[in-house]
Design a protein around this ligand. Structure first.
Ligand code: GTP
Ligand code: MG
Length: 594
């Protein structure tokens, strides 16, 4: 225990020292820079730093990994050793990772080298398929063909190969079985988190997909950067989650007033919006026509934030690509930071999201229901003020107050995304709350069962609820753009369903005494069945994707596709009325005990 304390102390002292050094360096840099500086520029500056889980470091390291990697399709997992021998003869291989996709599986290996130049070396020795019917594109995506002559070279043992899990998603029954075996609800929550969270190979793949687009555009735009954001990088991603990408054509370019040689360029004559739409159209064509693996390209250009949706079939990832909206990257940073503050945050968010999916509150389509993103914010807001216990997480305003110059970010659109980025600098704040995961889960449901949604808004900035500024049924203040409501899409009916299910969940957790077949979180997931209700409706009102990222004035854009949601509110209401009364009484008793 004392060794642990000493190590911690050393670690925090080390971090402080690094921070001071970084501050000094940043001050020097800030002396002659504008308020907006590119993220990747900053990532480069902190690249050397190790052993820290700041978002910048994680992203920078992942991007570097992707720059050192290629993705090779092979005939079977057995081809790995041969591929290893072949690549190793060109340049030393650092590590290899196997994964497969599809029912009749296609096999792939991510080959990681020691440096970026090794990739160029290997690509320079690669060739095109021997057919005139191909577009001769060079990319990081290759396949390993059978040797022309029988190879006498001794096949090396691929010692650096990871062949175990790949991108395999555990099936529902296996997950449930492992949860059943756990000893406590808290352990079930941890186990759930560990079995469904995004793994290393899936994360690597997502950065390789981003890298593929970067390398494709780098001839025209040498300073292009594609940032993955959202659940792929914020620490709240499940296996199989989509990949959100933002493409910046000119991210690192430094303009020097002294330079007398200026690039000739085309003038932008149309509005910013229509120019961006035209550019997106071209990027969509590029993905569709030239980039291996990019398929099902859909252009959603009328949305406030135009996006291109596509499926990268070689990596088996659904992707959403946009060209603006860097605030999404900073939002991911904020969520990542919250997850790093305390090891209970992610298992709690995963459990709540899984519960919401199981009882039919969330749906993979956009619609009038709450999203995983909004639900995650509700959990974080609760952890900032969990009843009478000390907070688990700080309010965003405190993080803003604690920010140093190195934390200053203002997007091109003028959104101030400044907040403390290094959780190590608030170690004192952590560990005051010692509640178990189970207790936090119970408190979460009680908290929102009693929440005054009609008057109050969920607010991470204050770290406690604030008065609702408008009549939206559910108001969750966008932490980075406080004038916006991230849950503006949620209808009154869906809010009622959310409240009802929260109360059911409270009831289920409180009334559980013995471990049965489906005990703990499993009984929570089967809550509807327990109350004799039909399984959660899966078909429901769909929203146009154009309503994503809506602004205050975008509300009228919401359009419905066909298909009425099966409404059960009144039915649920009468069935659970009795339960609600009991829960409220219990909750009052609990408060008075405290
Ligand atoms: P899943 O895709 O469901 O796994 O979660 P996600 O967090 O990736 O959500 P989603 O793909 O819907 O959105 C991607 C990212 O965009 C989020 O993580 C946020 O950073 C950002 N985002 C999502 N919804 C909103 C919103 O309503 N307003 C703003 N400003 N940003 C949003
Ligand atoms: Mg996403």
């Amino acid at each position: 225990m004392s060794i642990f304390c000493i190590l911690n102390l050393k670690n925090s002292q080390f971090c402080k020292l690094i921070d001071v050094l970084k501050c000094l360096k940043q001050r020097q840099i800030y002396a002659n820079s504008t308020s907006y500086r590119s993220l990747s520029q900053r990532l480069g500056e902190i690249n050397g730093k190790q052993n820290s889980a700041t978002f910048h470091d994680v992203i920078a390291n992942r991007k570097l990994e992707a720059k050192r990697s290629i993705l090779v399709q092979v005939q079977s997992a057995q081809s790995c050793k041969e591929l290893y021998t072949y690549c190793n003869a060109i340049t030393p291989v650092k590590q290899m990772f196997h994964y497969s996709t599809g029912v009749e599986p296609l096999h792939f290996i991510i080959v990681e080298f020691s440096k970026e130049a090794d990739v160029s070396n290997v690509l320079s020795q690669s060739t095109y398929a021997e057919s005139l019917q191909i577009v001769p594109v060079q990319s990081l995506f290759l396949w390993f063909k059978a040797p022309v002559k029988k190879n006498k070279q001794k096949v090396l043992k691929a010692a650096k190969l990871q062949i175990e899990n790949g991108t395999f998603i555990l099936n529902e029954d296996d997950v449930r079985h492992s949860l059943k075996e756990e000893k406590s609800v808290s352990n079930q929550m941890l186990s759930l988190y560990n079995s469904i969270k995004l793994n290393d190979i899936s994360t690597r793949l997502r950065f390789i997909v981003a890298r593929q687009i970067e390398t494709a555009l780098s001839g025209l735009f040498p300073h292009v950067v594609v940032y993955p954001f959202g659940s792929s990088v914020n620490g709240f991603g499940r296996m199989g989650c989509d990949l959100d990408l933002v493409l910046r054509l000119n991210e690192n370019q430094s303009t020097s007033a002294d330079s007398r040689l200026v690039f000739h360029s085309k003038a932008i004559t149309a509005s910013e919006r229509s120019t961006s739409q035209r550019h997106m159209e071209v990027i969509g064509d590029l993905l569709q026509l030239f980039l291996p693996g990019c398929s099902h390209v859909r252009r959603i250009l009328q949305a406030r934030v135009p996006i291109i949706k596509f499926y990268q079939q070689l990596a088996d990832v659904e992707c959403d690509l946009s060209m603006s909206n860097m605030s999404g990257v900073h939002m991911s940073n904020l969520l990542h930071l919250m997850g790093e503050f305390d090891s209970r945050v992610r298992p709690l968010v995963f459990t709540v999201r899984k519960w919401a999916a199981e009882v039919g509150l969330t749906n993979s389509h956009p619609g009038r229901w709450i999203t995983n993103f909004s639900l995650g914010l509700m959990v974080l807001a609760f952890l900032q003020k969990p009843g009478y216990a000390p907070p688990v997480l700080p309010g965003l305003n405190l993080l803003i107050k604690s920010a140093g110059p190195e934390d200053t970010f203002i997007t091109e659109e003028g959104i101030n995304c400044t907040f403390l980025r290094n959780p190590e600098r608030m170690l004192d704040f952590r560990r005051l709350n010692t509640d178990s995961l189970q207790s936090l889960l119970e408190q979460f449901f009680v908290h929102y069962s009693n929440f005054d949604f009609s008057m109050k808004a969920v607010c991470l900035n204050e770290g406690s609820p604030v008065t609702k500024p408008d009549h939206s049924p559910l108001y969750i203040v966008n932490p980075l753009e406080q004038g916006l409501n991230v849950s503006k899409n949620v209808s009154m009916e869906e809010l009622e369903r959310l409240k009802m299910e929260m109360r059911n969940a409270t009831w289920i957790l409180e009334s559980q005494e013995v471990k049965g077949m489906n005990w703990g979180v499993l009984s929570l997931f089967d809550g509807r069945r327990k109350f004799g209700m039909s399984p959660a409706p899966r078909q429901a009102k769909l929203l146009e994707v154009s309503t994503l990222f809506e602004t205050e004035s975008d509300g009228e854009r919401i359009e419905f596709k066909s298909g009425q949601v099966e409404r059960e509110i009144s039915h649920v209401k009468s069935e659970t009325k009795e339960n609600i009364k009991q829960i409220e009484m219990k909750s009052r008793r609990r408060k008075s005990r405290r």
